[in-house]
Design a protein around this ligand. Structure first.
Ligand code: PEP
Ligand code: MG
Length: 580
């Protein structure tokens, strides 16, 4: 008897966002297996939950209407879903669960869906039994629209290649704890927070890999190349051999650069740039130091708020910040106040639903709108810094001078309070401003008078300057750090900071690309902060580039008319130094 034919190999392309080669078996994430928040709200929280239901309802209706347009001859199925959505049984039922029982919006929807299913079952009629799946489908659309569900990860094997339509930052954290080998998603952008997290966790990841869910079979062998953006399903022996050779080549390169790990990032003409690491959790610090990080340039404290339904207390903030400061053993840390909102939603924050969250209550705006949450964090940070004294505080998404003053005022009140409680407080804590809005660029000289340092967040600055949603694969190709407008903005910020005598660092993903290291050097950044995995290559690039050449290169690139022309100039310079 002949053996069954070998499954056909499929090679799919996406955008590689976290380097490394992952090998394992496909684990499909089914959206229905998401775990949604389940908590009770207090009386004051009821109006917010009702507003969230309203918002989810209109988003789900828009999504279904868009689906109906595409559904052609099957549009009557979607029509049935739209009718189900409009049925007062569903939305009124969910509202009642919130008002009478204080359930959060997600819990209210799930409970109502279950009630309706039970009623259909009780009717015992085949027609109504069929309708149960419609109720489930519509309920899932409402839950999707609410947005903050986390995938259930209990049956994920540790050789899983996770394949999903989309993953939230919270999903990525939960799945990384199961030891997954790679992430592949159909949507997303290179500077989305899920992509950033995959890099930080050193899990190879490919995003914007169209139709991967349709092609990939559950349990199918798979190889993911997170550098080239390649996903191979059922790889043939030839392809496996190609990846073996590639892995060996990368290992040789890593070995060759190992001797530079503890050498300074200094150019041949003697200019020194500090190289720091971006961390999302305290456990990242020690391995980063072992790979040559000189400190933490960005602690994204908002990750402490994800996958939970209660806010962290001041004591919890203090504990985490102390762990980071202690692990650094005197090296510096920049602790950012929480940058929640947009693609990092926390159920604990109970933020309102917004039409356009990237332009809404994010970062310091949310902090000032929820002063208790910000106050608890600043108190925790101030307490930790008062003991260790090797860090500073950074404020995200600043758009005006008042926001900086307001944060400083809360910090000083908390320092006074700690002093009144007998703590030996450190009053010299520096407060820095993230430059990531175009408005901040143009008032950089005013902000420099209010701030002790600047840290430029190019992920957001590029998003807002070029009007490209950082999580949207349709505009991912327009993400251009070499756009002349971006280069000019960066030069304005560095010059303004230096004129006022404050250091200017860069902590966006631009700092992590070794090809862009000559540009960051030429712009004059004092420090670059990046995921651990990038330290080695960025340091090598800086040690191979003279500062004088880099300055001339930046001038030429900023004077180019297009990003393509600037890229051509940069490629020429890289080739001349053997860095291409
Ligand atoms: C940035 O915007 O570049 C940045 C570093 O902050 P985040 O990616 O967390 O928004
Ligand atoms: Mg940002």
């Amino acid at each position: 008897m002949s053996s069954p034919p070998a499954p056909t190999e499929h090679i799919l392309k996406g955008i590689g966002v976290a380097p490394g080669i992952g090998r394992g078996h496909v684990h499909l994430i089914d959206r229905r297996r998401r775990q949604h928040p389940k908590y009770r709200v207090d009386v004051d929280g009821i109006p917010d939950e009702l507003r969230r239901i309203e918002g989810a309802w209109s988003d789900a209706r828009d999504a279904l209407a868009a689906l109906q347009e595409k559904a052609g001859e099957h549009s009557s199925i979607v029509e049935a879903h739209l009718l189900m959505l409009a049925d007062p049984m569903l939305v009124e039922g969910a509202r009642r669960q919130i008002v009478d029982d204080h359930k959060c919006a997600e819990w209210a929807i799930r409970a109502t869906v279950q009630e309706i299913r039970a009623r259909f079952d009780a009717l015992g009629d085949a027609y109504f039994r069929e309708r149960r799946s419609d109720v489930d489908f519509v309920g899932d659309r409402l839950l999707d629209a609410l947005g903050v569900g986390v995938v259930a990860d209990d049956d994920v094997d540790n050789d899983a290649i996770v394949v999903a339509h989309d993953l939230s930052p919270g999903d990525a954290i939960a799945l990384s704890r199961r030891g997954v080998r790679a992430f592949v998603t159909e949507v997303g952008g290179a500077t989305s927070h899920t992509a950033i997290l995959a890099r930080a966790l050193e899990i190879p990841a490919v995003i914007a890999c169209k139709s991967v869910l349709e092609r990939a079979g559950r349990g199918e062998p798979c190889i993911v190349d997170g550098e080239r953006g390649e996903v191979v399903l059922s790889p043939s022996p030839d392809v496996i051999a190609r990846f073996d050779a590639e892995e060996q080549r990368r290992a040789v390169r890593i070995e060759a650069l190992r001797r530079e790990v503890f050498l300074p990032a200094a150019t041949p003409d003697g200019v020194r740039v500090a190289l720091y690491v971006n961390v999302e959790i305290a456990e990242e610090v020690t391995p980063a130091i072992a790979r040559g990080a000189e400190g933490v340039g960005l602690y994204r404290s908002e990750f402490l708020f994800l996958n939970r339904t209660t806010l962290p207390t001041a004591v919890e903030h203090e504990r985490v910040c102390s762990a980071i400061l202690q692990d650094l053993a005197g090296r510096p840390a920049t602790l950012r106040t929480f940058d929640l909102g947009s693609d990092k939603m926390s159920a604990a924050m109970r933020a309102p639903r917004e039409q356009n969250p990237a332009l809404g209550l994010r970062g310091v705006r949310l902090g000032l709108a929820r002063p208790q949450a910000l106050r608890a964090q600043l108190r925790g940070m101030a307490a930790a810094l008062s003991v260790h004294r090797n860090g500073q505080i950074l404020v995200p998404m600043v758009g005006n001078v008042d926001e900086v003053r307001a944060v400083r005022a809360i910090l000083h009140e908390e320092l006074d309070q700690l002093a009144a409680e007998g703590v030996d407080v450190w009053r010299e804590i520096k407060v820095g401003v993230m430059i990531e809005l175009p408005s901040a660029v143009f008032i950089a000289d005013h902000l420099a008078e209010e701030a002790d340092f600047f840290s430029v967040g190019t992920n957001d600055l590029i998003q807002y300057m070029l009007a490209i949603d950082r999580g949207n694969e349709h505009v991912a190709h327009l993400y251009e750090p070499l756009h002349p407008a971006v280069l000019r903005a960066l030069q304005i910020v560095v010059d303004a900071g230096h004129r006022h005598g404050i250091p200017v660092g860069l902590c966006g993903e631009m700092a992590a690309d070794p090809h862009l290291a000559p540009i960051c050097l030429g712009l004059g950044f004092d420090s670059l902060s990046m995921p651990t995995a990038s330290l080695r290559d960025v340091k090598h690039a800086l040690r191979s580039t003279s500062h004088a050449d880099a300055v001339a290169l930046v001038k030429a690139c900023a004077g180019s008319r297009t990003a393509a022309a600037a890229t051509a100039l940069l490629n020429e310079a890289l080739a001349a130094r053997g860095l291409a």
